[in-house]
Every structure is written in C-alpha cells, then in structure tokens.
Design a protein around this ligand. Sequence first.
Ligand code: RP5
Length: 169
Amino acid sequence: MSPDPPSPGPRVAVICGSRSDLPALRGCFDALDAYEIGWEASVISAHRQPEVLRAYVAAATERGVQVFVGAAGLAAHLPGTLATLTALPVIGVPLDAGALGGADALYAVVQMPPGVPVATMAIGSPGARNAAHLSARILALADPALAARVERFRAHQAAGAELAIDPRA
Ligand code: RP5
C-alpha cells in the first residue's frame, strides 16, 4: 500500500507566544521553505489566550496540519499546552526573552510530565532552525520526495567538511 499523499495545505503550524518572538523564528521559516514544506504561523499566547489556542489547534488539525511547533520565552507554557491539546508531534523552542537568558523557557519546555511529550530544541534561533529540520524528518517518514530532500540537505552539510586544513593559512 502506498502512503497517503501529502495534504495540500500547510503541514507545519508554527505558533509563538508573542510578536516579539518572531525575529528568532526567521530561520525556522526559511528552512521549512527550503524543504518545500507548507507552513503557517500564528501568534497566540497560552497564558493570555488559552481558548483561542484550543480552537486554533482543533481547526489546524482539521485542515491537515501534522506537526506543531511552539516557541515562547519566559515561563514558556505554550509548547506544553499544545501537547495537552493534540496527539500530533509537538516541537518546542525555548526563547530568550528575559533576565534568565532562555534557561527559564528551556526548563519550562523540556520538563514535561510522562505521557505529554514535547520534543525540545535548543534555546533561540538555533533551536528554531532545528524545529524545521525535525519537522522535515517527521514528515519525511510518510513522504518519499521530502525524504530525498532531507538526504540532499544532509549531503550538502557533509560536503562542507574541511579536511587537512592549514589553520595558519
Ligand atoms: C512569552 O512571553 C512570549 O512567548 C514572549 O517570549 C514573552 C514576552 O512576551 P511579550 O510581553 O513581548 O508579549 O509568553
């Protein structure tokens, strides 16, 4: 049996807690574009707009979203809340938004109780990029064309190795 064809709409939903989070997410959007993965982005605060978040997750799932990325700073409960609202994979990106440099958000995102998993990325922009790469790997499980693009990216990365350099040159 061949896998289901990919849905035509966005397959990744990226949600952040505030407009102030958007600059850190640019690399995530760029990487999703490079993989030719359809995505949509929203600003919804888990703390300030919990009912909006609940309705959004239900509607996005109905439209065919397959992976949620939640990014937030401070007491970053957005990714964890997403994981309570859906059985789809949730990737969390802790952001540096205050005095603790993102360690506050990292602890909030990574320390989920058993049974409510959030795949937690690094703090800030590097984590945001990896959220896109992990989304690609998840979706590639049922999408051979995307799997080929993931392998192409890996090969491209590997080609950047510099062997036997003269560090003084
Ligand atoms: C978090 O609080 C957001 O994700 C953001 O990182 C941080 C600050 O939000 P704003 O006060 O800038 O809206 O919920």
